[in-house]
Design a protein around this ligand. Structure first.
Ligand SMILES: N[C@@H](CCC(=O)N[C@@H](CS)C(=O)NCC(=O)O)C(=O)O
Length: 142
């Protein structure tokens, strides 16, 4: 479920050049209730107590999907999950209001690094971390 926490990514808290505005906006989380990939991101957002606003951006439509414009406009793959990181993030550039992050495992890594409120999802040891990523890669192809 959506939270109203105003927590900002710690990278942005630390970087003076990317000061947080008075009213930090939440991540926009483009999701679909039936999508297991989106559920990965959903669990991570909840676990890290991130402020986010979920939008059901895709529904079943016949043999395919009906997608909202916001998903098509922000993700060239037009897939969920997609995170729209608001402009206060250090990743912002140009006039864009937000930066899109997609691919569920990339979303997980972003949330893991940006919201350091809990133990990392990955082992600290580089070898074990690489092994964990290998397993994720294997499972993604099952
Ligand atoms: N590799 C992607 C897969 C995401 C994915 O396949 N999402 C499905 C919904 S479960 C989707 O958005 N499909 C849209 C389409 O196939 O056009 C990830 O891990 O995020």
């Amino acid at each position: 479920m959506a939270t109203t926490t105003d927590a900002a990514p710690s990278c942005c808290v630390a970087a003076a050049a990317h000061a947080i505005p008075a009213e930090p906006r939440p991540i926009t989380f483009l999701t679909a209730w039936f999508c297991p990939f989106a559920q990965r991101a959903h669990i991570a957002l909840e676990e890290r107590d991130a402020a986010y606003e979920p939008i059901q951006a895709m529904e079943f439509a016949g043999a395919g999907f009906s997608k909202q414009d916001i998903l098509i406009a922000n993700n060239p793959k037009a897939e969920v999950p997609t995170l729209l990181i608001p402009r206060f993030s250090c990743a912002s550039s140009g006039d864009a209001k937000s930066v899109a992050i997609y691919e569920s495992l990339v979303c997980l890594e972003y949330i893991d690094e940006a919201y350091q409120g809990g133990e990392s999802y990955y082992p600290g040891c580089p070898v074990q971390k690489a092994r964990a990523k290998l397993w994720l890669d294997i499972l993604a192809k099952v």
